[in-house]
Design a protein around this ligand. Structure first.
Ligand code: ZN
Length: 430
């Protein structure tokens, strides 16, 4: 990272958010402060574009005891989840990832018609549908009403509720315990982390397994992925922290895989602490690597903020140069992470003419805060912009391959993270 050391004055203690949501230690260290931002999934309908929008702090802290990186519960979960715009089925690579996972889980855990699989935050059923095909009993739990409705229409049994210890106890009282509990990209979104993990412990059969997927904080730091921080993501984990979390709840980690999804994720396998299952050597190998990366030292985390500020300056300088050359720029994708980037950097319609997205729910709406209009993907073909800023950079390869036709009019892609870079489709092999 260029730019040298930055001078700044710390105001940490004036703005701390209290106690760690995992271990209860006081939170005294800033990870990064991204200023004030509206909830990133609150896409603004045209009729509301002149209304006031709520803004909340996007200030992440790190716990010096368990190293959980976390935001305060600035936005009530009910406000976030009642109408959630993200439908998992709109990403091809994500659907393929889900299918591979299901095949693997069915073999490894010998799941059959007598098993019971529960997915928490089951979205539109994109994952559970693969168990349904094999006649394995399933249940989805999904708090977003509009998304759960889509799942039910596909024949996926879905409870519209928030998961925690109370719901788990109710299910057990009804005679339902799970052989497999799946939590993909939900752990980060749980405000009461301890209640959530306690609930999984209650719901799990003695021989059952839990798999959790979440973005790996090691990759977030290494690759400067500050835009994966948003109000809906309360927590950011290393395996070191997950192990502390498991121990606290009578669970243990028995395997871990590193995945390329969401910029680099972990899939951890948990079971009851009393289960005799062998721990795979790669668990200890990854823990050791995290210690080598000093993820057990608070200084590693507090150094992140300066790198983020440098990225903001680099991206803005680049966009200003493009505009001085009279280039037109649009954005591809309007994901949550895109809105953190746009709001933190202050990138609005002065730089970006419009954004396109494959999700029709977003068409005709505006991005929260910056109010960039969102249009169907065909708008790119119609207007032939010079540059396309790829906001969901985790899907960069998929998008470049789908959209490489922009090379016909000399269009190029811009990827903002980890550092601003340009991809010319004409220079790519066929
Ligand atoms: Zn802690």
């Amino acid at each position: 990272m260029s730019g040298g050391t930055e001078r700044s004055f710390s105001v940490d203690n004036a703005r701390n958010i209290g106690l760690c949501r995992l271990c209860g230690a006081p939170l005294e260290h800033t990870f990064v402060d991204l200023g004030m931002s509206p909830p990133c999934e609150s896409f603004v309908p045209a009729a509301a574009v002149n209304n006031m929008e709520p803004y909340y702090p996007l200030h992440a802290f790190v716990c010096s005891e368990c190293f959980l990186v976390q935001l305060g519960e600035y936005v009530a979960p009910e406000e976030i989840f009642e109408e959630y715009a993200y439908f998992s089925s709109y990403s091809d690579s994500w659907v393929a990832h889900a299918k591979r996972y299901c095949q693997l889980a069915i073999e490894r855990l010998s799941l059959d018609r007598d098993s019971f699989v529960v997915e928490i935050a089951s979205n539109d059923g994109y994952l559970l549908q693969h168990f349904l095909e094999k006649d394995i009993p399933i249940l989805g739990i999904e708090p977003a009403i509009n998304v759960a409705k889509v799942a039910v229409e596909k024949g996926i049994p879905t409870l519209t509720d928030f998961f925690g210890k109370a719901l788990a106890k109710q299910m057990v009282a009804e005679g339902r315990q799970a052989d497999l509990i799946i939590g993909n990209n939900v752990l980060a979104q749980v405000p009461d982390l301890n209640d959530f993990v306690a609930g999984m412990k209650v719901l799990l059969k003695p021989s059952g397994a839990i798999t959790l997927e979440f973005p790996h904080i090691a990759r977030l730091i290494e690759e400067n992925q500050f835009d994966t921080i948003y109000h809906e993501h309360f927590s950011y984990f290393s395996l070191l922290t997950i192990e502390k979390m498991a121990e606290r709840h009578g669970l243990k980690v028995f395997d871990v895989e590193e995945l390329p999804t969401h910029g680099g994720s972990l899939r951890v396998y948990l079971t009851h602490a009393a289960n005799a299952i062998r721990r795979e050597p790669r668990v200890d190998a990854l823990l050791e690597r995290e210690r080598e990366c000093k993820l057990d030292r608070v200084e590693t985390y507090t150094a992140f903020a300066a790198a983020v500020r440098q990225t903001k300056r680099n991206l803005l300088s680049f966009l200003i140069r493009l505009k001085e050359m009279r280039k037109s720029i649009c954005a591809y994708g309007a994901p949550g992470k895109g809105n953190t980037l746009l709001n933190y950097c202050g990138i609005g319609t002065d730089f970006i003419d419009f954004a396109v997205d494959r999700n029709p729910y977003k068409h005709g709406r505006f991005t929260p805060g910056m109010h960039i209009p969102i249009k169907p993907v065909s708008e790119i073909e119609r207007t032939k912009p010079d540059y396309i800023l790829i906001l969901p950079w985790n899907l960069k390869n998929e998008i470049v391959s789908q959209m490489k036709g922009i090379g016909e009019w000399g269009g190029k892609f811009v990827v903002p993270i980890p550092d601003v870079s340009v991809i010319d489709p004409k220079e790519l092999g066929q």
